[in-house]
Design a protein around this ligand. Sequence first.
Ligand SMILES: O=C1O[C@H](COP(=O)(O)O)[C@@H](O)[C@H](O)[C@H]1O
Length: 282
Amino acid sequence: MVLSPLSGKRILGSWMALSGVHKERGEVRIHESLDELSTDLADYIAELSEACVKERGAFAIALSGGSLIGLMGKLCEAPYSKTVDWAKWYIFWVDERVVSKSHADSNYKLAKDNLLSKVPIVPSHIHSINDSVSAEEAADEYEFAIRQLVKMRTVDVSDISDCPKFDLVLLGLGPDGHVASLFPNHSALIEQDEWVTFITDSPKPPPERITFTLPVINSASNVAVVAAGESKAEAVHLAIDETEPDDGKTSLPARMVQPRNGKLVWFLDKLATSKLQGSHAE
Ligand SMILES: O=C1O[C@H](COP(=O)(O)O)[C@@H](O)[C@H](O)[C@H]1O
């Protein structure tokens, strides 16, 4: 057991000694290896799910695509596969590429193949986009579906806005600082009214995508950003070390992730933190 001098939290393993709580940017957890990161991420998700199921009888989790899904793989293994109350999970996507669900680019397919098909999630609790309509229609339909689930309180509602309050929003981080399908300097970043929007000009293929907007991401109870590898180091540095609030001028999406009432946690490996400064860096 290690008692972290920064957070005071007792936890197994060595990673916590490198981690800390950043005043504005949330809790920063730095891991020695991908294996430690995956274990910590699985522990965190399992604990949150248990707490949410106890408190409100459901766990509404919004997934991203990309490398995050591989890093969640331990959830399919013992002890989590047996102890997590999968029947109470409701799955959403923070962003999705507008391609067929069987396409290699589909975030749904990635999660289905590597996670959802390996644990006993109720099929009707998996809320993916309609893949047979345009990006605009898919975004509208997805927002409508979420609005119905908010009315039923499957997804909680924010007490400070009319936005949904997901129990957990899981974000990856692109080398350019993008999160979800919110890219630097893109007009989707300033969308305030819609819950789900669409883009047809993604700088990273495929071009057509739907994405939660920042007001929805920032209304979640918990937001976790997961980033590993050297290619993410500059984005991690800019997102965490810059202390001035991003008023949209610098437009680094990861810096604009600032939960209003929720908790933000960064799950990083050492390579991703090689440019990090401040108290949490080595
Ligand atoms: O295109 C996307 O990229 C990001 C980051 O992916 P990664 O493979 O670099 O981790 C991902 O979070 C997002 O959901 C996805 O659509």
